[in-house]
Design a protein around this ligand. Sequence first.
Ligand code: NAP
Length: 252
Amino acid sequence: MSLPARVAIVTGGARGIGAATARRLAADGRAVAVLDLAEADAQKTADAITADGGTAIGVGADVSDADQVAAAVDLVAERLGPPTILVNNAGVIRDNLLFRMTESDWDTVMGVHLRGAFLMSRAAQTHMTAEGWGRIVSLSSSSAQGNRGQANYSAAKAGLQGFTKTLAIELGKFGVTANAVAPGFIETDMTRATAERVGVDFEDFKKAAAESIPVRRPGRPEDVAATISFLTGEESGFVSGQVIYVAGGPLD
Ligand code: NAP
């Protein structure tokens, strides 16, 4: 059943979890702005959605740049209407053990995940509070609990949990919810890059990961998208400030 034609922005929507989420929200009946660094890449996801009968546009912006974020959110409001759903999904990894981690590794990861979610949420909440309805979902990670080689990423993903809880407290009275989805191992270019970094064939890497996952398989981008569909839905208005692990087993 199609939901009201609200407008959603999915950052990092060119591929992986973001692309699956953009497709899922469009299938839910939302008009979707697919935002990514390169407009042409974002447009490819948007074109696939349009070809399937959905409504989507591609927008190029760097979520860590305040001016680009402001311009992108204005553009979405102008072309599709007020964005009242935001999925903070854009992400990068710069893995390194602490003694090898550079300031640039640290700043890049903080910039995209934390500063990006802050800038996007600040820009979008103007529309959400004006409409008296909004949904913000930010991508955390099971790495928030600590992961070797990911001091930067782990700190950013844990930070997003605190950010989410605070948004839930501040924005609840405007009809806006904020939640975090924390995936475990999901099969995307990001986990493929991790396998390459540690010098393991991706198929072997996935097999090894599956053995430690209670449901005995790696996650798929669609598993995460389905959870985001619920959290951005019409019936989830009393679920706010939560961190939902999508990891094929229990984590807390
Ligand atoms: P992915 O395949 O690497 O896709 C990430 C997307 O974000 C790419 O299209 C990338 O663009 C875009 N992006 C990067 N920096 C950006 C910026 N500054 N502004 C706008 N877009 C930017 O990653 P994924 O695996 O789908 O992960 C999506 C999210 O889930 C991330 O936040 C990630 O940390 C989180 N997550 C993933 C997993 C997993 O197992 N895959 C697990 C837990 C959490 P370019 O291609 O141009 O760089």
